[in-house]
Design a protein around this ligand. Structure first.
Ligand code: PMP
Length: 395
């Protein structure tokens, strides 16, 4: 009955298990949800009223596929200001969350059997979005400085049909790592040499708590090969489902064409509300608030991990974003650990699903944006207790 592509899309057992984390008794580090108490609800009530008063009939009407023009201009201005990326609104396509951009990219670039290169590990839902188009994933090894460029070059030179490279250089999901400046420069040198399109997925770049801001790959892109994705989900509100693609026109025109057949356009009213919020309020002040809360939550999580985790456990120290990554002693299987943790009412995502080709069982991802500080402390204590039990069994 179903298309062949559905054979590769399996319901994930872990995802099913994690559904129980909606139970408020469970301290969940599993999702990637922003802190809901930071949503500007009162302001958005006024914004919604203003949009309906000022332009209600357009906000409730069909609109153009490229997106709401004032919002495209606001995004282009912000990108210039924040990221030193000099583009105009004509290089911006609004999408229904950057997740839609991933699906559109699969549709646009991938024939069955084509190769996508990505970081190992990489964003779980990018894997699912691309998988529907039947690619072969080749995972490029990474370390604390990002993708290892010598490994990337080896892979490129011995692989035919590399169609696309997908990367998250800033506060990566799932590891929280950020690529160093040197890696960014080396990466772009290589890309320019081999001329392979790159998706730079950047939902977290503006959520830097400390350290120096590093240039986006797009800002180093002299040949127009980088297709930059970002979103209002993590710097504002994910429920509005508004993100954007910033790219050279040769790519953007194709994205527009393909989006037209997918959903005609992103919600007119959501786009207008975001645009109005930026006009009436201070989006940067909102981002500052988010950063200060997440920084405190990261600090308390790491502080508790330092005290409670056995020394054999390693973890990343993200300078921004929502996640950190834990590497357990190799004999501990994160999926088994999760089942025991759920009995103790604490949850995380086992790392295996972030590797498109699987096979890494002793890692896990923790989210620190969504739980208040006292629950982070309690949750990490519970997790540490279970890790210690598992560690003792081996000893
Ligand atoms: N890319 C990455 C790396 C993400 O972490 C997420 C959200 N978790 C997305 C894309 C999708 O974001 P949205 O569709 O809400 O813009």
């Amino acid at each position: 009955m179903f298309a062949k592509r559905m054979e590769s899309l399996k319901v994930s057992a872990i995802r099913e298990i994690l559904k129980i984390t909606v139970n408020p008794e469970i301290i969940s580090f599993a999702g990637g949800l922003p802190a809901p108490e930071l949503f500007p609800i009162e302001e958005m009530k006024r914004v919604a009223m203003a949009v309906l008063n000022d332009s209600g009939s357009e906000a409730l009407q069909y609109s153009m596929t490229e997106g709401f023009l004032p919002l495209r201009k606001q995004i282009a201005d912000r990108m210039k200001d924040k990221l030193n990326i000099d583009l105009t609104y004509e290089n911006i396509q609004i999408i229904s969350g950057s997740q839609q951009g991933l699906d559109l990219s699969g549709k646009l670039f991938i024939d069955e059997g084509d190769v996508i290169l990505c970081e190992s590990p990489t964003y779980l839902a990018a894997i699912s979005a691309f998988k529907a188009y039947g690619p072969k994933f080749i995972e490029v090894p990474t370390d604390d400085d990002g993708m290892i460029i010598s490994e990337l070059e080896k892979i490129i030179t011995k692989t035919s049909k590399v169609k696309l490279i997908y990367v998250i250089p800033d506060f990566q999901n799932p590891t929280g790592r950020t690529w160093s400046l040197k890696r960014r420069q080396q990466f772009m040198e290589l890309i320019n040499r081999y001329e392979i399109p790159v998706i730079e997925d950047n939902p977290y770049g503006e959520l830097r708590f400390e350290g120096e801001r590093l240039p986006a790959l797009k800002s180093l892109d002299s040949k127009g090969l980088v297709i930059f994705f970002s979103t209002f989900s993590k710097i504002f509100c994910p429920g509005l489902r508004v993100g954007w693609i910033a790219a050279d026109k040769k790519f953007l025109e194709k994205y527009t064409l393909i989006k037209q057949g997918t959903d005609l356009h992103t919600s007119s009213i959501s786009q207008q509300e975001i645009s109005k919020f930026i006009e009436l309020y201070d989006l940067d002040a909102n981002i500052e608030k988010i950063k200060s809360v997440y920084k405190q939550r990261r600090d308390i999580m790491i502080e508790t991990m330092k005290k409670e985790f056995p020394p054999e456990v390693n973890y990343t120290y993200p300078q921004g974003g929502l996640f950190l990554w834990v590497e357990l002693p190799s004999h501990i299987k994160a999926e088994a650990l999760l089942l025991t943790c759920l009995e103790h009412k604490v949850a995380f995502v086992p790392g295996d699903s972030f590797f498109p080709n699987g096979g890494v069982e002793n890692t896990l991802r923790l989210n620190y944006s969504n739980m208040p500080e006292e629950r982070i402390v309690e949750g990490i204590k519970r997790l540490a207790k279970v890790i210690k039990e598992y560690n003792r069994i081996k000893a």
